[in-house]
Each structure stands twice: as C-alpha cells, then as structure tokens.
Design a protein around this ligand. Structure first.
Ligand code: CTP
Ligand code: MG
Length: 192
C-alpha cells in the first residue's frame, strides 16, 4: 500500500470532478486572445440595488467552456470507470474501493450547478460591496461545490451527506495546496 487514504475522499472527488473542471476552466479560457469576443459579461453591466449583478468576472465564455469542459470530463469518467477503479485499487492497495458511477447527464448538471453557484457567490459579493476579484474566504472556494450539489439534489432528489461533508472539508484544503504548487511552479505570484 502506497499510503492510507480514506475511501470517502476518493468517492467524493470522483463524484465532484466535473464541477472542479467547470470551476477551473473559465479563468484559463479567459487568457485565450482568440476567444476575447465571447467574453461579454452575463449581466451586460446591469445593476441591482445600485450594484453590478455579477460583475465583469462572469462571462458567457466562462459559462460555456466551463459547462462544456466539465461535461466532457464526466463523459471520459463514464468511459474509464472500471479501468480507473482497477488502477486506484492497485495504487492504494484496497480491493474494496468502488467509484461512484458518473454519467454524462450528471456531469452536465454538476458543471452547470458549479457555475451557477459561482454566479450566486458573485451576486452576494457585489451586493456586499466587494469588487470583482476581492477575496471572500470560503465563499470563493466552496460556492461551486454548493451549486453543484444543490442542482444535482434539485434534479435527482437525493443527496449523499457523507460525500457532501467530505467535499466541504477537502475542497478548501485542495485549493490551498493547489495554489502553493502553482506558486512553486511560478504560475502564480503569491502562494495564496
Ligand atoms: N470567469 C468567466 N466566466 C465565469 C466565471 C469565471 O469568464 N462564468 C473568469 C473571469 O475571467 C474571472 C476568472 O474566471 O475573472 C476567475 O473567476 P472567479 O474567481 O470566479 O471571478 P473573480 O474575477 O474573482 O470575480 P468575483 O469577485 O465575482 O468572484
Ligand atoms: Mg475570485
């Protein structure tokens, strides 16, 4: 066994992977010059109660590519399900490991939910007077998890609480570790 890892973490990560992709694609797509024309703000600069509805950081480009990328990730997961399970079983030396079944429909819901959750968070930030990009600790890191889990609950009417709690704990941890790695690789100017 390489290392001991709680199987609930593997389960939760496999389930939420389309949302992770949906959440991380928009910022990368925003750097592609060719797609700049698609970067129109979803709120078209409109205001609500004296504040921008979402702000310039929520664009049609991000929404489209995030949902498409997250759904594609789920399609791949659906197809490599058994192979991934065999691989992880031998990697972790645990024959009890089972991955939750991903489907392309579920992936679409999780990806869309992730980006809607992200937009709700931006709305809350704007109403609180925070500018685009201002930090809102925990809200910034968990908005998309709540959105994805909420939309999947709304449509499927079932929720795995153990998985949900695992995600709330591990997502901010992954965020911090990811930022430190990106900083060490000189992809980011600061380690946070
Ligand atoms: N992005 C986008 N469209 C989306 C979501 C994100 O184009 N629907 C891009 C934007 O370039 C955005 C970046 O991804 O600036 C990072 O996303 P996020 O951190 O969610 O936005 P912020 O710029 O921090 O804005 P906010 O304060 O509203 O969270
Ligand atoms: Mg942000």
């Amino acid at each position: 066994m390489l290392f001991e890892i709680d199987l609930r973490i593997i389960d939760a990560l496999w389930f939420i992977l389309p949302a992770y992709f949906a959440n991380s694609i928009p910022v990368n797509v925003s750097k592609i010059k060719m797609l700049e024309w698609l970067g129109k703000p979803i709120d078209e600069s409109r205001e609500f109660l004296g504040h921008r509805i979402f702000g310039d950081g929520k664009t049609w480009r991000g929404l489209f590519f995030g949902v498409a990328g997250g759904t594609l990730a789920g399609l791949i997961q659906q197809n490599i399900h058994l192979d991934a399970q065999v691989f992880l079983r031998s990697l972790l030396g645990n024959s009890l490991l089972t991955l939750p079944q991903m489907t392309v429909e579920l992936a679409f819901i999780l990806a869309l939910g992730a980006l809607l959750g992200d937009m709700v968070a931006s709305f809350i930030k704007r109403q609180s007077g925070l500018e685009r990009g201002d930090p809102a600790p925990l809200l910034d890191q968990l908005d998309f998890v709540f959105g994805a889990v909420f939309l999947s609950w709304l449509l499927i009417r079932s929720i795995n609480y153990e998985r949900f709690y695992a995600l709330i704990i591990i997502t901010p941890v992954i965020h911090v570790i990811g930022n430190i790695i990106a900083w060490m690789l000189k992809l980011k100017k600061s380690p946070w």
